[in-house]
Design a protein around this ligand. Structure first.
Ligand SMILES: Cc1cc2nc3c(=O)[nH]c(=O)nc-3n(C[C@H](O)[C@H](O)[C@H](O)COP(=O)(O)OP(=O)(O)OC[C@H]3O[C@@H](n4cnc5c(N)ncnc54)[C@H](O)[C@@H]3O)c2cc1C
Length: 410
């Protein structure tokens, strides 16, 4: 289903690797002291020079975490680049954490579906008013409009917005997370779900983020002065227990002796740097609509489509013609791979989220066609995820070793 809300000009976010690299290059001089001292300010949609706005590119690996960290360390000392580098590791930490507690994603999906189908008319009207920026809380209403209009929100605004949604408006956190996922160009199952859980006080039990009016005023440079926030709310509690961290999911690596085709998804749009076997062909798999049972914004869908097309252009030199599978049925995937003469589909490791869920539903059709789904995990994830078992601190203290082990410093 197509969302008819006014959309930002696609030209504001060209979804190509070339654009991602240009953005890294432009921001590299600011990845040191500048970023550390100014990153917390949300100065407004037209003033984003204090942050990198790289997330839609890194989320799809049009550019990689590794490239962003290398850029920072090429221009700044490890001490100067520390904050920027840590932020990149936050993304990997969230992804690894969710991978090691997959029931948290399944629980979010259950909670979201329950929230979206509530029979409580007062509640669903309040959610609609919040999404349409009609709450009367001027900062919140402006961010709702900005999110829908641009596909981006500053990190601090995401924290304030989620906090007001949960504690002041007392709406279900899962419907807020769903609203984000339908509109954020960088919408990511791990960063988003766990970002919302963190604000609610469900990630670190009992430790929540209660937005304060003075803090909004200071870090929006006095653009907003909210006076009616619930600043003394208690953290949320839940009956669900995420349990202890599990080992990461085991997966089948490609077999170089078997005919293979490559499947490119939004999880990794830089396939030419994966250690690929010889390929009989390649396809892009677009699953934007799987982000939510509600219509996903046109700008997200367009960004996904363009990012996949960009990856296809680059991989075609290795794989030959690339087929575009747009919201296919599982059977279509199996049929395409069979027609290409393959017995295995190779893809990047697919973490928890809508793409993984879709591939799980496709497993019977693939098995029936005698097709094996094989995955390639990036060295980056293999190196970091073992430490994503508890709080971020465990990853943070390993960063100097990871920089050395992954050979990231010049
Ligand atoms: C409630 C909530 C929901 C969020 N949902 C998403 C989401 O769906 N997708 C997403 O990519 N990020 C999400 N974030 C994290 C963060 O807000 C964005 O990654 C960041 O604002 C992107 O803007 P930037 O590229 O200008 O960031 P910069 O400040 O320039 O940071 C550089 C890079 O570091 C990474 N990064 C920075 N902060 C974080 C963080 N807190 N968590 C994870 N990675 C981070 C991103 O890759 C980012 O591109 C969420 C945060 C919150 C509080």
């Amino acid at each position: 289903m197509q969302d008819n809300t006014p959309q930002p000009a696609a030209s504001a976010w060209p979804a190509t690797r070339t654009e991602g690299l240009a953005r890294i290059a432009a921001f590299t001089p600011h990845m040191g002291h500048d970023y550390a001292s100014r990153r917390n300010y949300d100065l407004g949609p037209d003033k984003r020079g204090n942050v990198s706005v790289l997330s839609p590119y890194i989320r799809r690996r049009l550019i990689t975490e590794e490239e962003a960290v290398r850029a920072a360390l090429s221009a700044h000392s490890p001490a100067e680049a520390e904050k920027y580098v840590q932020e990149i590791f936050w993304r990997t930490y969230w992804k690894g954490w969710l991978e090691r507690r997959p029931s948290v994603w399944a629980d979010y999906v259950r909670g979201r579906d329950a929230a979206l189908t509530t029979q409580d008319r007062r509640l669903s009207k309040a959610v609609t008013a919040a999404e349409e920026g009609r709450t009367g809380i001027d900062c919140f209403d402006a961010w709702a409009e900005e999110l829908v209009g641009t596909g981006y929100l500053h990190n601090h605004a995401r924290m304030w917005f989620a906090s007001i949604w949960i504690f002041t408006l007392q709406l279900p956190w899962q419907s807020g997370a769903d609203f984000f996922l339908r509109h954020l160009l960088d919408g990511d199952p791990a960063s988003n779900t766990l970002g919302w859980r963190w604000v609610a006080g469900l990630h670190t039990k009992g430790k929540h983020y209660a937005a304060q009016g003075w803090n909004v005023a200071k870090f929006t440079s006095q653009r907003f002065h909210p006076a009616d926030l619930n600043e003394t709310a208690e953290p949320l509690e839940e009956a669900f227990d995420p349990g202890a961290a599990r080992p990461t999911r085991s997966f089948m690596p490609p077999d170089p002796a078997r005919p293979a085709v490559l499947l490119i998804t939004e999880e990794d749009c830089h396939p030419e740097t994966l250690n690929l076997p010889t390929l009989n062909g390649a396809a892009t798999l677009q699953l934007s609509a799987e982000r939510s049972p509600l219509p996903v914004s046109g700008s997200v869908t367009r960004f996904d489509r363009a990012a996949l097309a960009d990856a296809a252009t680059r991989i075609a030199a290795i794989s030959g013609e690339v087929t575009a599978l747009n919201a296919p049925r599982p059977r279509d995937l199996a049929d395409w791979a069979t027609r290409a003469g393959a017995t295995q589909i190779v893809t990047s490791f697919i973490p928890q989220g809508p793409v993984r869920d879709w591939l799980n539903t496709a497993a019977p059709a693939l098995a029936e066609a005698g097709m094996t789904l094989t995955e390639i995990q990036r060295e980056w994830d293999t190196a970091v995820w073992p430490f994503a078992t508890a709080g971020f601190f465990k990853v943070k203290k390993k960063i100097p070793h990871l920089i050395e082990d992954l050979n990231l410093a010049p």
